[in-house]
Write a protein that binds this ligand. Structure first.
Ligand SMILES: C[S@@+](CC[C@H](N)C(=O)[O-])C[C@H]1O[C@@H](n2cnc3c(N)ncnc32)[C@H](O)[C@@H]1O
Length: 211
């Protein structure tokens, strides 16, 4: 699987297809995590979350991991080579991050790339890298419970998965919720907002040690 081919087109495609809706979800909970100091951002793509987070969290250090070197180059350009950000070309779940090293994990529109059981393996890897009081930001797609919104989401996601499968050889064919996997590793959902007829959600999760 590789997102290299898509990297030069990712931003304009998002702008055309979603406007600012995805970006609003990425940064929705930034105010809640300003106190975090060691941030692991995985599957960051061209750096849209990173550029805002680096500006708004001046005391934090960031490790940005992505399996696509073309995406990493764009993320690096987005933060103008800021020395508080290090970049790592690596693939989950094979990459083993340092244990209990990060008080914030960020996985925006990333966990939707994995089918089970790989999704659980990826969440386990990242949870092992989180401190006991860590938070986890997660924006992604979802399928509403019922009604027209559900039909719409199912149709759009079927098209999206077909596209990404052709463009990137994505291993996933449908959306799998990471909620149970996060709960298994001690994370609890603190806040969730939905957008775009319930197609998008933006979550703030925190480990039990956070009150
Ligand atoms: C759908 S894009 C999401 C990009 C961005 N986070 C966003 O909010 O739009 C998925 C990103 O995850 C990366 N990726 C996919 N599978 C990966 C893996 N197994 N390990 C690390 N990165 C991966 C891709 O290269 C790509 O940059």
């Amino acid at each position: 699987m590789s997102f290299d081919w898509l990297a030069p087109h990712y931003r304009w495609m998002e702008a055309v297809l979603a406007g600012r809706k995805m970006q609003r979800c990425r940064v929705a909970w930034l105010d809640e995590v300003r106190a975090c100091r060691n941030v692991l951002v995985v599957g960051e793509g061209p750096g849209r979350f990173l550029e805002v987070a680096v500006a708004q969290m001046p005391d934090a250090s960031f490790v940005c991991v992505d399996a696509s070197s073309a995406m990493l180059e764009r993320a690096r350009a987005a933060v103008l080579g800021n020395p508080r950000v290090s970049f790592l070309h690596a693939s989950l779940p094979e990459w083993e991050p340092p244990a209990a090293a990060f008080d914030l994990i960020v996985t925006h529109f990333f966990l939707d790339c994995f089918p089970e059981p790989v999704l659980s393996q990826v969440v386990a890897r990242l949870a092992a890298a989180a401190t006991p009081d860590a938070r986890w930001l997660l924006a992604d797609f979802q399928i509403p419970e019922r009604g027209l919104a559900r039909l719409r989401a199912r149709g759009l996601l079927a098209l999206a998965y077909r596209f990404f499968r052709i463009a990137t050889a994505l291993p996933a064919t449908e959306l799998v919720s990471p909620d149970e996997a996060l709960q298994r590793h001690g994370f609890r959902l603190k806040s969730r907002i939905s957008a775009n007829w319930g197609l998008l959600h933006s979550d703030l999760w925190a480990r039990d040690a956070v009150v």
